[in-house]
Design a protein around this ligand. Structure first.
Ligand code: ADP
Length: 450
């Protein structure tokens, strides 16, 4: 009886132990899944931070913060490798008095950094007190003071090293293979982010170089061009005045020569003017791209400005069966804006409307809508294809079939308009139907506040 009881007892205890082991395994599994999910979430969150910033220091700051949650270290330093220099970027756990940058110049420290770069993988010292590591006992030792574990993780992407993080813990053998692998995985994300940030910076630098180049070249071109146009005008005046008076215009040969000379001078003048417009546009765009545009905000009457522009554009509709009409039905409040810049925008839009309309009407309207004035210029011209609408506000974009005899231009006018309107805190857009016409509109906050 006792035997049976004790057998049953063992069986019972055995079952309980097995059940406990299974339950324990399940708990461990759940915990591991939870941990791994947490880690994935952390990686995702970190990747998002990395995507949202193009600043290398911010990226390395975020890396240290996230590594802290994985490795629970006592101190950490992140170093950015800039060509052959090492720059301290972020650090955790050292007081302000510790001059870490100076330790980074120290031979032993550089030696370790170089070693990690050569190794191309994490470098881990489980116990700094072991005899073989006592040779770190130099100035650099101050950084390692009281620390037992040292883990250095390189920040590598496609064999390019962008820096490293030094992790210090006052516990011996603080990390295992799994935690080192997780930390390395995070560091590779950072390497990608740094590579993107560096590419972005390179693009920004190149863009700036291009803008500076455009601005210098345009400026240099403007001076001789002004002389060319000025002298051509002088030659035209002289020729049409005193020279022609001296010529016998009854003579057929003279008549032909005079006609040719007049045509040629007019070509010099009109092409000169065209080049001058292009140069002015280039100068405008480079000034705006360099962020040097400054608005002279004053109270202005938009109706008066549109009227003024319509009068200015009268000469270009002379040989077209096109009419420009102003249609404002309400009395509009004055707005705060830069008058000259707004005139530039409206001239651009009305001249485009005239340029792309062979016959019909160009109607200019303005209305007040929710704290904004909306100005629209609609035409009955060639219209713009749906797929081209998104491109026309880009620099140098001229859409449609470039082989047809489309009016010439620079493809800069609309991008200049966009800059000016956005600088005022407004928006510019187009609605259009091919062969029916286009309707360009922009909004400007009445108060002038962005
Ligand atoms: P461009 O100097 O070539 O006119 P813009 O930037 O002012 O440069 O215009 C870009 C392109 O947008 C034009 O080349 C033309 O294809 C299209 N576009 C602009 N305004 C109109 C319009 N009113 N009707 C049809 N197409 C237009």
């Amino acid at each position: 009886m006792i035997e049976i009881f004790s057998n049953k007892g063992y069986l019972f205890i055995g079952i309980i132990i097995i059940a406990n082991i299974i339950a324990f395994n399940e708990i461990i599994k759940i915990l591991m899944i939870k941990k791994s999910r947490e880690f994935d979430e952390k990686i995702n969150a970190t990747t998002n931070i990395f995507k949202s910033t193009m600043d290398i220091k911010d990226i390395l700051d975020a890396l240290i913060k996230n590594l802290y949650e994985i490795l629970d270290f006592d101190a950490a330093i992140s170093i950015f490798k800039n060509d052959n220099d090492y720059e301290l970027m972020a650090c955790h756990g050292y007081g302000e008095k510790t001059n870490i940058s100076s330790f980074l110049q120290e031979n032993k420290c550089i030696e370790i950094i170089k070693k990690v770069i050569e190794l191309d993988k994490p470098y881990y010292i489980k116990d700094l007190k072991k005899i073989e590591y006592t040779y770190y006992n130099t100035e650099f030792q101050l950084l390692l003071y009281h620390m037992r574990s040292l883990l250095i993780i390189p920040i590598i992407y496609k064999k390019n090293i962008y820096g490293l993080v030094m992790i210090l813990n006052n516990k011996k053998a603080a990390y295992n293979v799994a935690s080192i692998a997780k930390a390395s995985s995070l560091a590779s994300q950072v390497a990608v982010a740094i590579e993107n940030a560096m590419l972005f910076q390179k693009l920004k630098d190149m863009d700036k170089m291009k803008t500076d180049f455009l601005s210098t070249v345009s400026h240099e071109l403007r001076t001789p061009l002004t002389s060319i146009i000025g002298f051509a005008e002088m030659v035209k005046r002289k020729f049409e005045g005193s020279i022609m008076e001296e010529l016998d215009l009854e003579n057929e040969k003279n008549k032909r020569v005079v006609g040719t000379i007049k045509r040629n001078i007019n070509i010099i003048l009109s092409e000169g003017e065209r080049l001058s417009c292009l140069i002015n546009d280039l100068l405008d765009i480079s000034t705006m791209e360099a962020g040097k545009i400054s608005l002279n905000m004053r109270e202005i009457d938009i109706e008066e400005i549109i009227n003024q522009v319509i009068t200015l554009t009268n000469p270009i509709i002379r040989d077209k069966s096109v009419q420009v009409i102003l249609n404002i039905r309400e009395s509009l409040p004055k707005i705060m804006a830069d008058k000259d810049k707004l005139v530039q925008v409206i001239i651009n839009l009305i001249s485009n409307a005239i340029k792309f309309t062979e016959q019909g009407c160009i109607v200019c309207t303005a209305r007040a809508v929710e704290g904004n004035i909306i100005v629209s210029i609609s035409d009955t011209g060639i219209g713009i294809r749906e797929e081209d609408k998104k491109n026309i506000f880009e620099k140098f974009s001229q859409v449609g079939d470039t082989l047809t005899k489309k009016p010439r231009g620079t493809g800069l006018g609309l991008s200049i308009c966009k800059y000016i309107i956005e600088e005022h805190g407004g928006e510019i857009w187009v609605e259009s139907e091919i062969e029916k016409g286009s309707d360009f509109s922009f909004s400007i906050p009445i108060s002038g506040q962005k």
